[in-house]
Design a binder for this molecule. Structure first.
Ligand SMILES: CC(C)(COP(=O)(O)OP(=O)(O)OC[C@H]1O[C@@H](n2cnc3c(N)ncnc32)[C@H](O)[C@@H]1OP(=O)(O)O)[C@@H](O)C(=O)NCCC(=O)NCCS
Length: 309
């Protein structure tokens, strides 16, 4: 791909991912090494600060950084190729001591290629956060046209589709692994939940916007939630098993409407606390749940694969 075309596609993807991102600037090859692959380009730089300087308080002494521009039909793969090229470059350096780091700063919501970073041993470590001045403490305004209702047995296909979208999204963050039989497994489990008409509180709920189903949430109350109750020092705990809003409907209050609905269900059922799991590296779920009043209780650290070869 032409360099200009890569830059244009990169800029387009960023603009769609997050309205608060600035337009990417051209990569300036001065002072760095330009890397190019079929659909990607990058600038590899090295910077060093000396012990005893104020900067050394806040960063490793030697930092190797990669600034990427990704295009093509599979920008994640383009990112992977650039990281491989970069690793070759780093092998020639003396970057093996603790006071050095390889750093890739990405727009949080441009999640393509996250798995490529995890696969090479990178962990999400630092975030630059933003708070728009018009942020209200009360959350997003209620969306006209959103209706939350119990899922019907006839909606099996919709629920499976939304759950597969959720798996595709979450697989980027290193925990969910796509499986050949996932569609069948999810279909069977969802069919079982939909058939459980005797439950005091339905477990599956749909958010529809002007009649179109665009999100779902799956909740567990005791006894279904008993498996997790030992992790929290309360008498009655509920579990929010999963929730998803279709990409085109995100950031418009649909997720908040779903969450408000199920929090009311949990309250009415007398839950002392609600637990949920989320991927820490997810730029969607992490801020969303903390804005909804959740806070970390247990943190799991993963190394994949388990042993460093
Ligand atoms: C996480 C997820 C369910 C949230 O649903 P959502 O419909 O996008 O969330 P909402 O629109 O209700 O809430 C977020 C928006 O509310 C608004 N908002 C939030 N707090 C606000 C506040 N205090 N004042 C004003 N607006 C606020 C913002 O517009 C925010 O969007 P932004 O983060 O892009 O700025 C959804 O993004 C999703 O499905 N993500 C992928 C799957 C996933 O992560 N699921 C959870 C797995 S556990």
């Amino acid at each position: 791909m032409e360099i200009d075309a890569i830059a244009a596609e990169h800029a387009k993807r960023l603009a769609a991912a997050d309205a608060l991102l600035p337009k990417p600037s051209p990569l300036n090859p001065e002072g760095g090494t330009r890397l190019t692959t079929r659909d990607g380009m990058a600038l590899a730089t090295r910077s060093r600060v000396e012990p005893g300087t104020p900067e050394a308080l806040w960063r490793p002494l030697t930092e190797y950084r990669l600034d990427v521009r990704l295009g093509g039909t599979d920008p994640g793969a383009a990112f992977g190729s650039l990281l491989t090229e970069w690793d070759r470059l780093l092998e020639e350096t003396e970057a093996t001591d603790w006071d050095s780091a390889a750093v890739v700063t990405r727009p949080s919501r441009d999640t393509v290629g996250t798995g490529e970073l995890l696969r090479r041993g990178f962990a999400p470590t630092r975030v630059l956060a933003v708070r728009p001045a018009d942020r209200l403490a009360s959350g997003p305004p209620a969306v006209p046209g959103v209706r939350i209702r119990q899922a019907e047995p006839s909606e099996l296909a919709t629920l499976v589709r939304l759950q597969l979208e959720l798996r595709q999204y979450d697989a980027q963050f290193g925990l969910v692994t796509r499986r050949e039989d996932e569609e069948r497994a999810i279909t069977d489990a969802t069919r079982g939940l939909l058939a459980d008409a005797g439950a005091a509180v339905p477990s599956l709920w749909i958010a529809e916007l002007y009649g179109k189903p665009l999100g779902f949430v799956h909740v567990e109350l005791p006894p279904a939630a008993d498996w997790i109750s030992g992790y929290v020092a309360v008498e009655r705990a509920g579990y929010l098993a999963s929730m998803h809003v279709a990409e085109e409907a995100r950031s418009t209050g649909v997720g908040s409407a779903l969450a408000a609905h199920v929090h009311q269900l949990f309250d009415e059922a007398g839950m002392d606390a609600v637990l949920l799991h989320h991927a820490l590296a997810s730029p969607r779920s992490t801020p969303f749940w903390y804005a909804q009043g959740y806070r970390p209780l247990w943190t799991s650290w993963y190394r994949r694969p388990a042993a460093r070869g």
